[in-house]
Design a protein around this ligand. Structure first.
Ligand code: ADP
Ligand code: GLC
Length: 490
């Protein structure tokens, strides 16, 4: 089976969040089970720099606005998954992030940047592809950035009914980001005028890249079974629940796995000491080193709470901020935060660190090494998300013997098991689950975690249960293949 995996970020080439982790590891896991996968990604400077063996592959011309682009073929570092990067000086050769400039403002030409990604994917999936020796059976799109691909594919095949064309799949990683732009973009991006209707790309008076994907894709998936159900409700549907319910039976909820090579406490190159489920003692050495590095008091027995996250409303970190003072004074615990996001959240955490210099460390920014060290050196990982399509950090916490405190939602509900008498007895207890995202629930869940932490033997059991949980991609990669087959056989 040949799969074109279309994405706007992929670790280790470029990463802003979990989509990059998935795009780095799912194609590799599919390749392991003998699928013929190629990644398609914009050629941002970091991507072109880090690609292994980059070579010119083909030119695609006559694209709206940009004219021509070059496809550069190379490989992912380590996994060697083939990558096609879209080289365009006008669209992608600039400093800043994939979606925003250095000041955090969305690039004004994002519709062109990701409209081109979507259109190139559609062309590579059609008989207009310049590639003579490779064409996908499945074109797997991810989130709004490649959401127009199924729409372009639909209108291309309507033009040329007899042409063999790939089937499209859209994976929803986060329904909150919908890629909405003014109606004038329909024409500018080369979509036919008739696509702009409720049964098409129109969404509340705008063009929505995500809605287009949800409407036109041959198959739909999202990144956990619970989120697949949640998005069909008003509370989590972000306005798309009607359309999602109409296609409800077709939505596959497939839990993300984790890259067990990248996230492995017994080999992690960012850690000064290694450990595993049989012997977690190395964690203590990392904790002390982390406390020193972050300027916290070196207290081996004081519980250290960790956060690595986008600092946004989704992640519920305003709730932690609201109750932090009482947690810190009541329990005397410490807190290490790494993240960036909303300025008010960033400021709130900076202020907290100022008030509790021995107990709280806040690092604003993106830091791969520190994220691994926090994951390993902390005792408890805090992730009180209001919604969480899957979430990877809680899984990193499980794997690193850092039991997570999470909300019962999305992938958090599907990956973390609350600690109680029964779950301890059958060895399934792996963390602490709040019934809903609520500050009082957070205080009591953290309180519960801290009281279990005092009981060394039981704590070790909880750590071990999580560390032994199988979280790799094998099972999920097989579920993706089964979904592709179902769509191809439809
Ligand atoms: P989301 O994609 O919604 O942000 P996930 O839990 O799926 O949430 O994935 C977040 C990913 O980004 C994880 O790999 C996490 O370690 C990483 N991450 C988030 N913030 C930072 C940061 N400030 N520094 C380093 N890594 C970060
Ligand atoms: C999104 C979601 C996150 C998920 C990630 C990868 O960023 O917010 O929950 O883990 O995509 O699928």
């Amino acid at each position: 089976m040949r799969i074109l995996f279309v994405t706007s970020e992929a670790f280790p080439l470029i990463k802003t969040g979990g989509l990059a982790d998935v795009s780095g590891s799912l194609p590799a896991a599919l390749q392991e089970i003998h699928a013929d996968v190629r990644i398609l990604i914009p050629g941002y400077p970091a991507v072109l720099d880090k690609l292994i063996n980059p070579k010119f592959l083909a030119t695609i011309s006559n694209l709206p606005h940009v004219g021509a682009i070059n496809l550069i073929q190379g490989e992912m570092p380590e996994t060697k998954v083939p990558v096609m990067a879209i080289e365009s000086v006008g669209l992608y050769q600039r400093d800043g992030g994939p979606y925003v400039d250095a000041t955090g403002k969305d690039w004004e030409d994002n519709p062109y940047r990701f409209g081109t990604l979507s259109l190139v994917a559609a062309i590579l999936s059609s008989d207009q592809s310049p590639l003579k020796d490779w064409a996908p059976d499945i074109t797997h799109c991810n989130d709004w950035q490649s959401g127009l691909t199924p729409a372009f594919m639909h209108f291309m095949s309507a033009d040329r009914t007899k042409m063999k064309q790939a089937k499209s799949v859209l994976s929803i990683h986060n329904l909150a980001f919908q890629g909405c732009y003014g109606a004038d973009w329909v024409k500018r991006l080369g979509l036919p005028a008739e696509s702009y209707q409720i049964n098409g790309v129109e969404y509340y008076g705008q063009l929505s890249f995500l809605k287009a994907g949800i409407f036109y894709a041959d198959g739909l998936s999202t990144v956990s079974p619970t989120y697949a159900k949640e998005i069909q409700t008003e509370a989590y549907g972000f306005g798309m629940q009607g359309l999602l319910t109409a296609r409800g039976k077709e939505i596959h909820g497939i839990l993300n796995g984790l890259d067990t090579h990248e996230w492995n406490p017994s080999t992690d190159p960012y850690l000064a000491q290694h450990y595993n489920a049989d012997n977690v003692s190395g964690k203590q050495v990392i904790k002390t080193a982390l406390q020193t590095k972050l300027g916290l008091k070196e207290e081996p027995k004081v519980p250290l709470l960790g956060v690595v996250s986008r600092l946004t409303h989704q992640k519920g970190l305003d709730m932690l901020l609201a109750c932090a003072e009482s947690l810190l004074t009541q329990h005397g615990c410490q807190l290490a935060v790494l993240g960036s996001g909303d300025t008010s959240f960033e400021q709130g955490y900076r202020d907290l660190a100022k008030h509790f210099p021995d107990q709280v460390s806040v690092t604003i920014g993106y830091n791969e090494a520190l994220s691994h060290q926090i994951m390993a050196g902390c005792d408890i990982f805090i992730m009180p998300s209001r919604f969480e399509p899957c979430g990877l950090n809680q899984m990193y916490g499980l794997r690193y013997g850092t039991p997570p405190v999470v909300t019962y939602t999305g992938g958090l509900a599907d990956s973390v098991k609350d600690t109680n008498e029964a779950s301890l007895k059958n060895k399934s207890a792996t963390g602490f689950v709040m019934k809903k995202a609520d500050p009082n629930e957070l205080v009591s869940a953290v309180g519960k975690a801290l009281s279990y932490y005092q009981d060394e033997k039981t704590w070790k059991e909880i750590q071990e249960n999580g560390m032994r949980q199988n979280l790799d991609w094998t099972k999920s990669a097989k579920a993706y293949i089964a979904m592709y087959e179902e769509i191809l056989n439809k």
